[in-house]
Design a protein around this ligand. Structure first.
Ligand code: ZN
Ligand code: ZN
Length: 429
């Protein structure tokens, strides 16, 4: 039986080399030792040799150890490779190549792909699990579409250098905006002065219904970050003011043990409170909040313009006899040649993605125009407190809206008001 040789990471002065990492038990391990020291494997072998029944947990513990040891060297210590990154890298090209073989296969695959992705989305969303699958799919789709454009469409000779330059610029701008979005949504930081201090609002916190208040100045006592003895403690309010008590209760996050500013929300996937939380976007694997909502919208816009332009160039090349609007639905002889069939299939795939994102963009533009976040719209629908127009497409809570122009100017400038301390750098993925 091999002895466990991991050293506890107490020596902070001794930084990790590029092949070392802190394992799931908090010990220090080396990538080269990936096949050593697995107590669970040793135990399973022992039991197997002694013909004893296996421990039901040992298989899942072994799987956890394997995923913990799957690493790539990195400057500040070996980085864990998330297995959910990998399926899109081979599934997408395989599915698109199958779809390009025959138009019937194309219909089946292109109808099944969104259904499978949506099913996986609801499956992971229900478990509130963090996965890199969607970010990997989004990024790889972008790169793969650009690759097919370069290797299959450009050699056909119908695309000018200027058009290729515009597509390349569009892809670069989308990635730059995405990187900016990934800098973080702006997190709620507990203030050191939170210890039962009294703060004075000179105007009503917007989460509080103004109908309950007559004065323009009132006080709320902010709760301390609960110490070990007062886990789950609720904030205390000024005696006699029931509504303020309700308001601070409503803004109290029992997970982060802090009182959130108005409009902030707790993301159960990121396990943190986010300033002016809009929603958690699985496609970027990050929350969209006060600091990155604007760049999120810009990422969507750059992608959609590039994608629509790319689709039009592809269809003009593979289906020159048809008008752009009909080419996607009827393009004779496109399946006669595999290369043109692949381009056509990719144009269809891009159209499905573009359609989905266009829907998201429209909802976002409406929400911003009414100064409502996705989270507030959901709460208003659930609690029936908002005004629902056009079959729920528009949810107007009426709490923050100050008119179309003021709402947009607030949206465009709100990122600048985020305290730099609230922007902790997030992982690139
Ligand atoms: Zn929280
Ligand atoms: Zn989140």
């Amino acid at each position: 039986m091999m002895k466990k040789r991991t050293r506890k990471v107490a020596e902070l002065d001794d930084p990790l080399c590029c092949c070392e990492y802190v394992n799931r038990h908090g010990g220090r391990s080396h990538m080269a030792a990936c096949c050593c020291d697995c107590e669970d494997l040793d135990e399973a072998c022992d039991r197997w040799m002694k013909r004893e029944p296996q421990n039901p947990d040992s298989l899942s513990r072994m799987a956890a150890t394997v995923t913990d040891r799957l690493r790539v060297p990195w400057i500040s210590g070996a980085k864990k490779v998330d297995l959910s990154l990998i399926p899109p890298l081979f599934l997408l090209p395989v599915f698109l190549h199958i779809a390009a073989l025959h138009y019937l296969l194309g219909i089946v695959v292109l109808a099944a792909l969104p259904v499978m992705v949506l099913w996986y989305y609801y499956f992971t969303h229900r478990k509130k699990g963090r996965t890199l699958f969607f970010l990997s799919l989004a990024l790889f789709s972008l790169f793969y579409m650009y690759y097919v454009f370069l290797t299959e469409v450009v050699p056909r000779g119908d695309v000018t250098n200027l058009q290729l330059g515009v597509i390349t610029l569009g892809v670069a701008l989308t990635l730059a905006a995405l990187l900016h979005t990934k800098k973080g949504p702006g997190y709620v930081k507990p203030s050191p002065a939170d210890t039962h201090s009294t703060v004075t609002y000179h105007s009503l916190p917007p989460d509080v219904d103004p109908a309950y208040h007559n004065g323009s100045q009132h006080q709320v006592v902010i709760a301390s970050r609960a110490g070990p003895g007062e886990q789950g403690a609720e904030p205390r309010a000024v005696a006699g003011d029931v509504t303020e008590n309700d308001s601070s209760k409503r803004n109290w996050c029992s997970f982060c043990k802090l009182v959130r500013p108005p409009r902030a929300g707790h993301c159960r996937i990121c396990c943190t409170c986010v300033l002016r939380l809009d929603h958690h976007c699985v496609w970027i694997n990050s929350c969209v909040g006060q600091a990155n909502h604007c760049s999120f919208l810009l990422t969507l816009l750059f992608f959609l313009v590039t994608s629509l332009y790319g689709i039009s160039l592809v269809l003009r090349s593979v289906c020159p006899t048809q008008s752009l609007l009909t080419a996607l639905l009827y393009c004779p002889d496109v399946y006669g040649q595999f290369s043109s069939a692949l381009c056509f299939t990719c144009a269809w795939y891009s159209s499905i993605v573009t359609g989905g994102l266009l829907h998201l963009l429209v909802l976002q533009l409406i929400n911003i125009s009414y100064n409502v976040t996705e989270r507030e719209a959901r709460v208003a629908l659930r609690e029936k407190t908002g005004r629902s127009l056009i079959w729920g497409l528009i949810i107007d809570t009426g709490v923050y809206s100050r008119g179309f122009r003021a709402n947009w100017s607030e949206f465009l400038t709100m990122a600048a008001n985020v305290d730099p301390k609230a922007l902790k750098p997030t992982d690139l993925v």
